[in-house]
Design a protein around this ligand. Structure first.
Ligand SMILES: [Zn+2]
Ligand SMILES: [Zn+2]
Length: 738
């Protein structure tokens, strides 16, 4: 009996299609096999996602061919992709594409092979070799070069010049053999790390490790939330838990936020576990990514470490998934499918019976409430390793500062004095500012007009090195105008307003002319290895002050940093988003955690215009629980997460009236199908009301269960007629409402 295969094709058609399995392929074809199928008059490629006995469609066409011998996507990963498509209301083929990196998916992707030249038995016959040398000197040199062992042909050529003819001649005469070998492309080639041994654990670390081990050893483990203050040694706990898993013959996945996937992080894993660590990083070349992925797929690497997409690593016999900094928003993908890798990790762990550890110094409210309700197990580490003190945090009220100085300085006198003291003692300082560029905008002193982007509802940022205005939303740039753009004003005296990292760098150079200062933001870190270079220089004591954006907030561990300064804490606080308080608290705690990680006590100075905001006060007093109680109270009242799920539908288009009208019609249709317990708000203009020349409107839905929203939503989406000029997107468990 002929079977029917269900195939997802590489076209945007959000459904599966049935094809007959030809008898020639019936043994080889598996779930996950890549195939070529007829589609209309074309041939397209796709993946087999399941087999069924019969199809409800008549006249099925047969599958044309199978690409590759073994399926690249295992059934468990395909099922995960389907769950993502269902839960996040995303097209199936997009979800399938997401679980398989393009470096692997492309038909052109393959291993790099090189020719390896090695000596044969005959080459040890001294008489024959001597005779050869007399006639062909180059061939003699090739034999000498191979004396220590086989050498790749390109290497021989690099050493001896053009030798391929000589090698061919030697092969003909029987002195050498030429074989091909897969060459592993690796980004860290030439970068060696020293092996490390497990460290002795503090009591809190030891009990956390014990809890994780138990979880690994049971068949149906609970998720463990590892809640440890900065500097409490979470990574060491991960390392020893992973060691336990490897000894049982199982594999691990470690997720870290993209931004903290620094060489420093990777080195810690490589120095403990060596070559069994595979790094799946978007900054690798596609060849490197292809090879690392296959090392995991074949089982030669048993630890996969990477940002959110590493949750799909094809690791077999998975024993543990670690999600470090689980509260991080970069785990959420901002394009379809808009999945959250932390939640996918929990789902994958549940389905494969493997342990999951979520680690953070500032857990998300969602994870913390899961721990409070007993759904997750909680391991708490409240002390730093070696009894190092948490750094003291001082809040500087910039309103008073402004009154005292009669102007607004970038550095308050407190921060200035603190930096100077560090310079005198040759200790290091980290300064944090959440905004790149020089000034937020150019403001006209006469009429107040601000230089705005024409396509987006934001002001342009002034970049001093190029003397241009840049839009940080759409990237549009323009020269600084000669005078105010307001036709009634035309005042030539534009002024800078607001500050960015470039401006702070300027001020620092003027204030501390002898200090060695380095700026780290996406404008300066444009080369692949610039990040590693700056961090190495900082570690080596060749930099006194490191200034940067989020890039420096996470995971960095430098023993001689004794001062951390936050230039403007208010930047993240006044975002029009219900998570603004939570984010500010997390950010301040993370940044502060960079201080005092060595033997010296650290200090943190935070400049703000709202010194009494609960998020800032809680960060100062390290009162996570107090902050939580207050924040949860407010979330409960409004039905926000963790007291409910939130879905954000965004509509956008160039014609504002049409976008708004479509939103109203859609909301009405949806409302008819919703349970009364579901709250629907909008359409209202999004906080970022215009971007890339398009107006943006939002519908916000809140309900105790996601399905209460997504099931009726899918119903409406199935036959809603969208105008061509309106684009839409659905974000389930949205992390940002901009
Ligand atoms: Zn003006
Ligand atoms: Zn713009």
């Amino acid at each position: 009996m002929s079977r029917v295969a269900r195939v997802v094709v590489d076209l945007s058609l959000d459904r599966e299609f049935d094809y007959l399995v030809p008898s020639a392929l019936s043994d080889a074809l598996q779930v996950g096999s890549r195939v070529e199928v007829p589609f209309g008059r074309r041939t397209v490629s796709g993946y087999v996602v399941s087999f069924v006995e019969a199809s409800s469609f008549p006249n099925l066409k047969p599958i044309k061919a199978m690409i590759g011998k073994k399926p690249l996507v295992e059934e468990n990963i395909l099922n995960l992709a389907r769950w993502i498509a269902d839960y996040y209301v995303a097209p199936v083929e997009l979800a399938v594409r997401t679980v398989l990196p393009s470096a692997v998916r492309q038909t052109s992707a393959r291993f790099k092979e090189v020719n390896i030249v090695s000596l044969t038995e005959q080459a040890s016959d001294l008489e024959q070799v001597a005779a050869l040398r007399r006639k062909a000197a180059v061939q003699g040199k090739v034999i000498d070069a191979l004396a220590a062992g086989p050498v790749p042909l390109p290497e021989l050529t690099a050493k001896l010049g053009a030798v391929s003819a000589a090698v061919r001649a030697l092969e003909r005469k029987g002195f050498v053999t030429v074989g091909s070998r897969v060459l592993r492309r690796r980004a860290d080639a030439g970068h060696e790390v020293l092996p490390t041994q497990p460290l002795e654990l503090m009591p809190e670390q030891a009990s956390a490790l014990e809890l994780i081990r138990q979880s690994v050893d049971t068949g149906d483990p609970k998720v463990v939330l590892l809640f440890g203050v900065t500097g409490s040694g979470k990574t060491e706990v991960y390392l020893q838990a992973i060691d336990h898993v490897l000894k049982k013959g199982q594999g691990c996945i470690v997720l870290v936020p993209e931004i903290s996937l620094t060489p420093q992080t990777v080195d810690r894993f490589r120095s403990r576990f060596g070559d069994t660590v595979a790094v799946l990083h978007s900054e690798l070349s596609s060849g490197e990514r292809h090879d690392e992925w296959h090392r995991v797929h074949e089982g030669s690497a048993r630890i996969a470490i990477g940002p959110r997409s590493a949750v799909f690593a094809p690791m077999k016999n998975l024993g543990l998934i670690v999600v470090d900094e689980e509260h991080e928003h970069s785990y959420k993908q901002e394009e379809a499918p808009r999945y959250n890798a932390r939640d996918v990790a929990v789902m994958r762990g549940h389905r494969e019976g493997c342990a999951v550890v979520l680690g953070s110094a500032t857990p998300s409210l969602e994870s913390h409430s899961n721990a409070q309700r007993g759904k997750y197990a909680l391991a708490r580490m409240a002390h730093r390793v070696d009894h190092r003190q948490m750094p003291g945090m001082r809040i500087v009220d910039m309103r008073q500062e402004m009154e005292k100085e009669r102007r607004l300085n970038v550095l308050s006198s407190d921060l200035y004095e603190a930096i100077r003291a560090r310079l005198d003692r040759t200790e290091q300082t980290i300064l944090f500012l959440n905004r790149r560029g020089f000034a937020t905008s150019l403001v006209c002193p006469s009429c107040g007009a601000v230089a705005r982007c024409e396509n987006c509802s934001v002001s342009m940022t002034y970049h001093k090195p190029t003397h241009r205005l840049l839009c940080h939303i759409c990237g549009a740039g323009q020269p600084v105008p000669d005078c105010c753009p307001n036709p009634d004003c035309r005042d030539p005296a534009f002024k800078y307003s607001g500050i960015g990292t470039q401006r702070v760098e300027d001020v620092l150079h003027k204030t501390f002319p002898k200090a060695r200062i380095e700026r780290m933001d996406s404008d300066t870190m444009t080369k692949k290895d610039s990040y590693r270079k700056v961090l190495n220089a900082f570690r080596g004591g060749q930099i006194d002050i490191l200034l940067g954006t989020q890039m420096i907030a996470k995971g960095l561990d430098f023993p001689s940093v004794t001062l951390v300064g936050v230039i403007a804490a208010d930047l993240s606080l006044h975002m029009p988003d219900f998570r603004a308080g939570e984010r500010t608290f997390q950010l301040l705690t993370q940044v502060a955690g960079r201080a005092g990680r060595g033997d010296l006590v650290g200090e943190v100075i935070v400049q703000t215009f709202t010194p009494f905001h609960p998020a800032i006060q809680a960060a100062r007093t390290l009162d996570y629980d107090g902050f939580l109680d207050q924040e949860l109270e407010y979330r409960r009242e409004l039905g926000y997460p963790p007291y409910g799920h939130l879905v954000c539908i965004t509509l956008r288009g160039a014609q504002e009236e049409l976008v708004k009208l479509t939103g109203t019609t859609f909301a009405k249709r949806l409302q008819e199908k919703l349970d009364p317990s579901v709250r629907l708000g909008g359409p209202t203009p999004a906080p970022l009301a215009k971007a890339h020349g398009e107006f943006r409107y939002q519908l916000i839905l809140r309900a105790p269960q996601t399905k209460q929203i997504t099931a009726p939503l899918k119903d409406v989406l199935r036959d809603f007629k969208w105008p061509d000029a309106v684009a839409w997107s659905v974000d389930v468990d949205a992390s940002s409402l901009m």
